[in-house]
Design a protein around this ligand. Sequence first.
Ligand SMILES: Cc1ncc(COP(=O)(O)O)c(C=O)c1O
Length: 408
Amino acid sequence: MFNVNEIRKKFPMFKVKMQGKRLVFFDNAATTFKPITVINNINKYYVLQTSNSQRGDYDLCYNVDKTILETRGLVAKFINAKTEEIIFTSGTTMSINLVAFGYGMYFLKSGDEILLTEAEHASNVLPWFNIAKITGAKIKFIPLTKDGRLTIKNVKKTVSKNTKIIAIALVTNVLGFYVPIKEITLFAHSKNIIVIGDGAQYVPHKRTNVLDLDIDFLSFSAHKMCGPTGIGILYGKKMLLEKMNPFLTGGGMNDSFDIKKNVVYLDPPEKFEAGTLNIAGIFGLKAAIEFLMKIGMKNIEEYEKKLRCYAINKMKKNKNIVIYNMGAEAPIITFNKKNVFAQDEATFLNSRGIAVRSGKHCAKMLDAFLKVAATLRVSFCFYNTTEEIDILIDALKEDNFLDVYYSK
Ligand SMILES: Cc1ncc(COP(=O)(O)O)c(C=O)c1O
């Protein structure tokens, strides 16, 4: 049974006040709070189990290796992949760069096309801009519908015989629409195109089955799913990982090298994990996935959907609010208050103890599409409540932010 009050008790951050008020945290697309089990697991590594991995014939090292292996297996189970298809990175950004520089840089040539959308986060744009510059490949943008959706029809219209990669977020962090990823991979594979998914806003909110989606690569970050910062995942199909080159080289990823410069790399995933791993992060990630699995991703998805629906229905009644992604499926609402600059409103909401995001949310090409310089973004997690939404709704009705901030 999903019980939000019980769930909230597990998060120490709910004891914290902001501006002397009850903290209402609606910036979960940026990062999430961590349950005590995650914090304890990280602590356990530093207090009781510190050692490096793969480098010692003693119990401490053996235990660390065991946890790393278990975590890799758990992540694999969580997204229905094989253990050896899970690579530990520092986060989504690093994962996408790894594919761009490990795969794109070696397999793209001048004239090939990489397809993106205008709604992508900087992390899924700038690595591809760089790869295009290095290889001579071309970047093309798949047009969005006037609501901001990516449709299979527009994918088909944009693909040409030169398209080699489609790199898209399964859910973008501003508009929050789910893309028809299964249709896209089916079509793309019929044309020998690789589909590289940014799952930063998808995996934390929806049961993910990479086999069913048939996606070639998928990146996500632990910190957006109740895990620690500095640890993320790149999933890649085994056959592609075997072809891919390492982005980083060094210790832990090679089998041998000699004075004649002969080098033999380890097999994936270790081939892509040069240097000491974020071991504490892996300990935390393990506890985070266990926590999510215990609640159940279906329960999480359903509850967050209800939260969004509740908030949208209340926000719609406020004539001063313009919502930019009314029909989105992900628990994200992007909006503005008429005649109020987004950052001013976010600062005012802070005075009421409410944390929301304002600005361009790292999706800087979306300005032209939305025709606004900045927006407010509320993003929910399964620990949020309708009472918290009511606090936001009441604060949004107030229009005295100038008095609060400029009369001092
Ligand atoms: C859609 C999307 N992609 C990529 C990222 C980058 O994630 P990270 O900073 O964890 O690497 C984010 C972060 O907000 C995101 O929302």
